[in-house]
Structures are given as structure tokens and as C-alpha cells.
Design a protein around this ligand. Sequence first.
Ligand code: ZN
Length: 283
Amino acid sequence: MKYVYLAPLIALSMHLLNAQESAVTAGQVVDKIKNELTCEWAEQTVDDFKSGDPSSNITGIATTFLANLDVLKRAKAKGLNMVITHEPTFYNHFDEKERYGDDPVLQAKLKFIEENDMVIWRFHDHWHRTTPDGIYEGIVNKMKWQGYRQEFNRFIVPEISLGDLASQLKEVFDARAIRVIGDPEMKLKNVALVLGAPGSMAQITVLRRDDVEVLIGGEAPEWETVEYVRDAISAGMNKAMVFLGHAISEEAGMEYCATWLKTFVKEVPVEFVPAEEPFWIPE
Ligand SMILES: [Zn+2]
């Protein structure tokens, strides 16, 4: 008799044990990340929780370039309620929601986040500061340019025209709206990356180097770096610039982040959910 009653009890306790083993909180995931980084954790950083309770158990992790509402919906549909985003959730670098008041777009997003218990954590500063920089690593891997690498962001590629380079990039990133400044027939070998939106001086400082002909970047104010490149060309210099767009220029870095996370977060599924390129261009 005893035997009959013990069996379900054993099964139940085994089940609870397994559930306990697989449980992980959002805060514990962040602790694991901090443990794996090669850089010190900065006191002042934008890398923190933008929504949700760090002590809540999570069902899965989505990594993305940017936690827009569409990404949140797709993550939720996949059962992933923790979203690790590279860029802000609320339209400014410090995620200050107050400035929008009762803005209907903000309210719609907050409503979805709340109703679905979405935990959002930003992973920007330290993903760049760890060695290797996770964003650059993901992009360089995607371009298959590791063999051309001279420095962390400088490459010598087999000679190619600017037009062909731009076409290659369009294909590699499956992009619609890459923008290029320079002569498509220009021959080049020396390329540098300055991804994202680090400010025009970060781009210009690299572009002015003698060993850089073409800069591949994310975005810039059009009256800053863009006009600097046009003036360089007018002054007779062999310079050009390719703007991938911010999303395209960094998204593969968050795909790589999912691969990296899977090596030490085993309790829940981890998946890359692309934010995708925001722009299209008319035919
Ligand atoms: Zn970045």
C-alpha cells in the first residue's frame, strides 16, 4: 500500500526539484552577465532595468537591438518575457519617460509591458566595454572580415570599388536603405567601422586618418559627418562613407549576444529577436 502512495509523491517532489533548478530571476541573469564581462561594472551607466521586477522568475530571454513594441510582441509570442535591449526603450538615451507626459504612443507601449509582465534590461555600455566589444564582434563575424582585421575597427580588404562594397554590404545585412557618399567607381582597400551613433567627432577622427579611405558607420546628423565627407571629396581626397543605419550597424552584435548568453544561461531559452531596419525607400 505504502508503495502505491509513495510513487506519486516522489514524482511530485522530483517535479518541484526540477522546477526549482530551472527557475532563474532577471536579476540573477544580470549577475551572471556581470560575472562573464571582462570590464568592471560602472557606477554610472544606462545598463539597468527599464521595466519589470528583477526578482521575478523569467520564462525566456530575447536579445535585440532595440525593444520596440513589435519586438516586445514577438518576444511575448515566443514565451520570452525578459528582453535584453542594446538601445533605449523610451526614445531617449536615459529612458526618461516623464518628458512625454501622457503621450498615446508611450502609454500604448507601457500598457503592453505591464499587461504581459515584460522585464526589460538594457545592455549597452558594458557590451561595448567588454573584450572583445560584443557589438563589433557580431558585426565583423557577420561580414566575415575577421581575416582582414588590422585593429579593433580597421580593416584592409582586397581591392574593391565603393559601389561593389556597398552592394556587398546590402547583401550581407539584407538591408533596404543603406546610404553611400562618394564615387561608386572609387577603388579602395582601407576600411574602418564606427558603428551606431557615437557622435560626429568619433567618426571624423577615424575618417581623417591616412590609412582610412572608407568609413562604414551607423548614423550621424547630416550637417556634421555627412558634409565633412563631401568636403573631403571636394578637396580631392580619396574618402567615402557608407551609412548602414543605426539598427543594421549594431543588430548582429545583439544576435551574437544571444550566442554568448547561451554559453552560461542554461535555465531558460535564449533567442535573438531582430528589431529590423526601420526604413524603406521608394522604387
Ligand atoms: Zn552600440
